[in-house]
Design a protein around this ligand. Structure first.
Ligand code: HEC
Ligand code: HEC
Length: 274
C-alpha cells in the first residue's frame, strides 16, 4: 500500500516537473516574441530619428535621398554590394558606416568625383569622440536610416552605370587642385596637415606664406610653379629628415605629367595654404 502511494507521488511529481518545464518554454517563447516586437518598434523609431538627423547633417553633401552631391551616393547598389569589398573593409556595412561617419574622411578616396568639402576635410568627423557634434546613439540611428535604403537601392541602378557617371567636377580650382595633389602623388612626400603625411619633402601646410619669402623678386605663385616644374633650380635647406638633397629628390618631370589645367589648379590649391 505504502509503496503504491510513493509511486503515485513520484508519478505526480514527474508530471508536475514536465508541465512546469513546458510552461517555462511557452512563457519564455512569448517573452522572446514580445522582445522581437519591441525591437522592431525600436528599429523603426531609430530609423525615423536617423532620418531627421540625416536631413539636418548629411543631405547637403549626400543628397536628400542619398543620391549624392559633393559626397558619394549612399542609396545605390554599388554602395550596398561592392563598396566595402573595394575598400577592403573586413566588418559589416553597418560598422563601416558608423566608423566612417564617426571619424570623418580627411581625404576623399575619389576626389575627382566626390571631393566633399575639399581642403583639409572631405567629410568632417561627426562623433563627439572625434570633436564632432553627434552622440553615438545618433550615429547609430543615422546608420539604421541609411541601411533602410538597401531594398530600394538594389536593382534600381546598375553598378556599371554608377561607375561611368561623369560625376560633378568641382567648379572651384582650389578643390580640383587638392585632388591633383592627391592623385599625382605629391601626398607621398609632403605633409599638409589634415590632408597628407609625407616625410621626404618639406611640409606644405603653410606653403603660400613660406613661398613669398623664398626667393627675392619671385611671387609665391612664381616660386611654387617653378618648384613643381624645376625642383632643382632652388633647393630648400631643411627637409624633414635633415638637409634636402641636391639635385632635388622631387621628380623633375611633373611638367610632362600635369596638364596645363592641372598645374594651374594645383598652384591655386597650394596658394590657398596660408
Ligand atoms: C561636407 C560634405 C559631407 C557631409 C556634410 C557629409 N559627408 Fe559623408 N562623405 C563626404 C565625402 C566627400 C566622402 C568621401 C567619399 C570618398 O571617399 O570617395 C564621404 C563619405 C561618407 C561615407 C562613406 C561612403 C563610401 O562610399 O565609402 C559615408 C557612409 C558617409 N559619408 C555618411 C555621411 C553621413 C551619415 C553624414 C551626416 C552625418 C555625412 N556623410 C555628411 C562628404 C560629406
Ligand atoms: C619623391 C618625393 C617628392 C614628390 C613626389 C614631390 N615632392 Fe615636392 N619636394 C620634395 C623635396 C625633397 C623637396 C625639397 C627639395 C627641393 O627644394 O626641391 C620638395 C620641394 C617642394 C616645394 C618647395 C617647398 C618649399 O618649402 O619651398 C614645393 C612647393 C613642392 N615640393 C610641391 C610638390 C608638389 C605640388 C608635388 C606633386 C606634383 C610634389 N612636390 C611632389 C619631394 C617630393
Amino acid at each position: 500500500m505504502n509503496n503504491n502511494r510513493i509511486q503515485v507521488e513520484i508519478l505526480l511529481g514527474t508530471i508536475a516537473i514536465i508541465v512546469s518545464s513546458i510552461l517555462l518554454v511557452v512563457v519564455g517563447f512569448r517573452e522572446e516574441t514580445k522582445l522581437q516586437e519591441s525591437e522592431v518598434v525600436q528599429i523603426a523609431e531609430s530609423i525615423e530619428f536617423g532620418a531627421s538627423l540625416y536631413s539636418d547633417n548629411c543631405a547637403r553633401c549626400h543628397g536628400q535621398n542619398g543620391e549624392g552631391l559633393i559626397g558619394p551616393p549612399l542609396n545605390d547598389e554599388y554602395f550596398f554590394t561592392q563598396r566595402i569589398k573595394e575598400v577592403g573593409w573586413g566588418g559589416t556595412l553597418r560598422d563601416y558606416i558608423i566608423s566612417t561617419v564617426s571619424s570623418g574622411r580627411p581625404i576623399s578616396t575619389r576626389p575627382e568625383q566626390w571631393p566633399g568639402e575639399g581642403v583639409g576635410y572631405a567629410m568632417p568627423s561627426w562623433a563627439q569622440d572625434y570633436g564632432g557634434p553627434l552622440r553615438a546613439d545618433q550615429i547609430r540611428a543615422i546608420a539604421a536610416y541609411i541601411l533602410n535604403w538597401e531594398a530600394t537601392a538594389i536593382g534600381e541602378v546598375g553598378q556599371l552605370e554608377i561607375l561611368t557617371l561623369p560625376g560633378p567636377v568641382s567648379a572651384d580650382p582650389v578643390l580640383r587642385g587638392r585632388a591633383v595633389f592627391n592623385n599625382k602623388g605629391c601626398v607621398a612626400c609632403h605633409t599638409i596637415q589634415g590632408v597628407s603625411v609625407g616625410a621626404v619633402g618639406p611640409e606644405l601646410t603653410n606653403v603660400a606664406t613660406v613661398a613669398e619669402t623664398r626667393i627675392d623678386g619671385q611671387t609665391a605663385e612664381e616660386y611654387i610653379t617653378n618648384s613643381i616644374l624645376a625642383p632643382s633650380d632652388h633647393i630648400v635647406e631643411e627637409c624633414p629628415t635633415g638637409p634636402c638633397a641636391s639635385p632635388s629628390a622631387m621628380p623633375a618631370n611633373f611638367g610632362e605629367l600635369l596638364s596645363e589645367t592641372e598645374l594651374t589648379d594645383l598652384v591655386a590649391y597650394l596658394l590657398s595654404l596660408k
